[in-house]
Design a protein around this ligand. Structure first.
Ligand code: DC
Length: 223
């Protein structure tokens, strides 16, 4: 069974998808991490976000794959495990810029589809239900208000002992939403057959249970 979870940045997709994958014995695929690895490759090669021509040329030389260690996803870029380098603001912003590129998307979508062909996956991203796995058994569009998402991110940073500005985080989220939803290729949108789950007033456990419930109903209908 393949489950597609799409939604804007900070909606809790990865936390939720990881738990669902564990409960269902599937593999969790974080496609954002693949776009981030591609972005890291561009940064390492000194390519600027607005230089589409160089991005297209360079992406042919980026070999991105996924490996699993004790159930955790590791992203391998040209033979090097780069998992620990992907969660910075610099890489996130570059990923947002490079992921608008058609050639970059075509390459990573192919890799994601290959993964889902081999095994049951819970895959999260922006275009999983619409482009990567249009025939997924379950499609979820997971969202939350900008305020809720900003507060969650703010708390996360404060707990890590980092400085954080709630208003700046909210503005950043709004900008990223706009870019992801309004780009020309594969913009973020809810697939017609996706179920909307708004996690603004839900706990992680409630969201997980809701999605498991939806998955149960779908497999019951299929059987
Ligand atoms: O989910 P994330 O923040 O790790 O994603 C990083 C960037 O990659 C984000 O700006 C949108 C892009 N992305 C995408 O375009 N398509 C996906 N399937 C996953 C992520």
């Amino acid at each position: 069974m393949n489950i597609a979870i799409d939604g804007p940045a900070g909606a809790g997709k990865s936390t939720i998808a990881k738990r669902i994958a564990r409960k269902m014995g599937s593999i969790y695929v974080d496609t954002g991490a693949m776009y981030r690895a591609m972005a890291l490759f561009m940064i390492k090669n000194g390519i600027l976000p607005e230089d589409a021509e160089s991005i297209e040329k360079a992406c042919e030389n980026a070999d991105i794959s996924i490996a699993y260690q004790d159930g955790a996803q590791h992203v391998i870029l040209n033979g090097e495990d780069v998992t620990e380098c992907l969660r910075t603001e610099e890489v996130g912003n570059m990923a947002s810029a490079t992921s608008v590129n058609k050639k970059v998307r075509a390459k990573l979508v192919r890799a994601q589809q290959d993964l889902a062909r081999k095994t049951s996956v819970v895959m999260d991203g922006r275009d999983i239900g619409t482009v990567v796995l249009p025939d997924a058994d379950v499609k979820i569009y997971l969202t939350a208000s900008v305020e809720t998402r900003a507060e969650r991110r703010y708390k996360e940073l404060i707990e890590k002992g980092q400085e954080a500005d709630l208003q700046a985080i909210a503005n950043d989220i709004r900008d990223r939403d706009y870019r992801d939803m309004n780009r020309e290729h594969s913009p973020l949108r809810q697939a017609e057959d996706a179920v909307l789950v708004d996690s603004s007033d839900m706990t992680i456990e409630e969201v997980v249970n809701r999605i498991l419930e939806i998955s149960d109903q779908r497999s019951f209908r299929k059987a």
